[in-house]
Write a protein that binds this ligand. Structure first.
Ligand SMILES: [Zn+2]
Length: 374
């Protein structure tokens, strides 16, 4: 049963989480957020393990539901993240606010709203005496920067689990995610030879000129039909307009639909050769997040989710997205369903928002999955 009071309680809880700023690199903020989550979760009797941050990132939390505290039996792994892309101070000009059915705030949609309703679903079940399977809920501190210090734990817990549920936001009217592209990242450096651009132009070997060729080669990888995209997103080079540049650098983000596409990309990298033999092209990087491909196990998980959504009263749809998530690390190991967070729009923007009317149905969807998965 959905009541206005339930929705208002959920919204008040989400507001408390949104009002703790937790930009990925702001370790103090991320850890304050971890404190709050641990405190809220402890209220239902859950067991909380805190993994201290390292390499300048915040603490991760591994929460075990009260009905399986002290046990590592394989069950359901819920994946959430507590960091956001919004620097400290964002709340000053982008505060939490509600207008009709829309609630705004930094990180509200991606993904404090989804993380909060998943906790609420676990608490509901704790109050009823538990669920058939053990539930572990992990809160990652560094997802928005690619999960450098959480990835290993995610893979370990994901491998041990029977199912993985990810609370990234729902898409385009409540759709959930059953496939995601993988991400491949490279840093490219070209090194040539500097010279005076006026008097000794002919003695130079321009690293920027070579980089321009290299950028165009990379951009040529984009193939919308195959679902491969390449974006050279950052570039710098040179020291002055009157100097033939000795060095240039760029950073490249490639999205791939499957592992076959990774081979295409790797062959391309192996074949890159400088146009000017006096300039070197150095490429570092590789697969960052593997593609999350729809499998039979994922189809079955989706079928159950749509059955539950149907009972709540809506038609659940699935989609494939180009964006990555922590689900990419687990999908090849264990059936993974993503996009189970709140409905809304504007992730990573200054109009980030959730739809208040989606809170209760999404909580019931999560609760239904936890109740029925065996
Ligand atoms: Zn997210």
């Amino acid at each position: 049963m959905t009541t206005a009071a339930d929705t208002q309680e959920l919204l008040a809880g989400i507001r408390r989480w949104v009002e703790i700023e937790s930009y990925s690199t702001d370790t103090a903020g991320v850890n304050r957020m971890a404190d709050r989550v641990a405190e809220d979760y402890a209220a239902c009797g859950a067991e909380i393990e805190r993994v201290p941050g390292r390499d300048g990132w915040g603490d991760h939390l591994i929460v075990r539901a009260p009905w399986n505290a002290g046990s590592n039996a394989p069950g359901i792994l819920i994946l959430s993240h507590i960091d956001t892309v919004h620097p400290a101070g964002t709340l000053e000009w982008f505060p939490f606010r509600v207008e009709g059915d829309v609630a705004y705030g930094p990180g509200i949609y991606d993904m404090k709203g989804g993380a909060y309703i998943a906790m609420a679903a676990v608490a509901d079940l704790a109050a009823q005496g538990g669920a058939p399977l053990p539930v572990t809920h992990m809160f990652v501190a560094d997802e928005e920067v690619g999960s450098p210090t959480s990835r290993e734990i995610i893979v370990e817990l994901g491998r041990a689990a029977k199912y993985v549920l990810v609370t990234e936001p729902a898409r385009e009217g409540g759709k959930i995610v059953t496939a995601r592209k993988g991400a491949v990242r490279y840093e490219v450096t070209t090194k040539g030879r500097a010279s005076h651009a006026g008097s000794r132009h002919q003695d130079g070997a321009s690293a920027i000129r070579e980089m321009a060729h290299t950028v165009l080669k990379f951009e040529g990888l984009t193939d919308y039909d195959r679902g491969i995209t390449c974006n050279v997103g950052l570039i710098r080079g040179g020291t002055g307009t009157n100097v033939v540049p000795a060095e240039a650098w760029c950073k490249v983000d490639i999205r791939i639909p499957d592992m076959e596409a990774l081979e295409t990309v790797e062959r391309f990298i192996a074949d890159i050769a400088p146009e000017n033999p006096e300039v070197t092209v150095e490429i570092n990087g590789g697969l960052d997040r593997p593609p999350y491909e729809r499998s039979e196990g994922i189809e079955r998980l989706f079928a159950l989710a749509s059955e539950i959504a149907g009972e709540i009263g809506w038609d659940l749809e699935q989609l494939k997205t180009g964006g990555g998530s922590d689900g990419n690390f687990t999908a090849a190991l264990t059936p993974t369903l993503d996009g189970l967070g709140v409905d809304g729009k504007g992730g990573h923007t200054d109009y980030e928002q959730l739809y208040v009317s989606s809170l209760e149905p999404r909580r019931r969807l999560m609760r239904g999955l936890l109740e029925r998965l065996r």
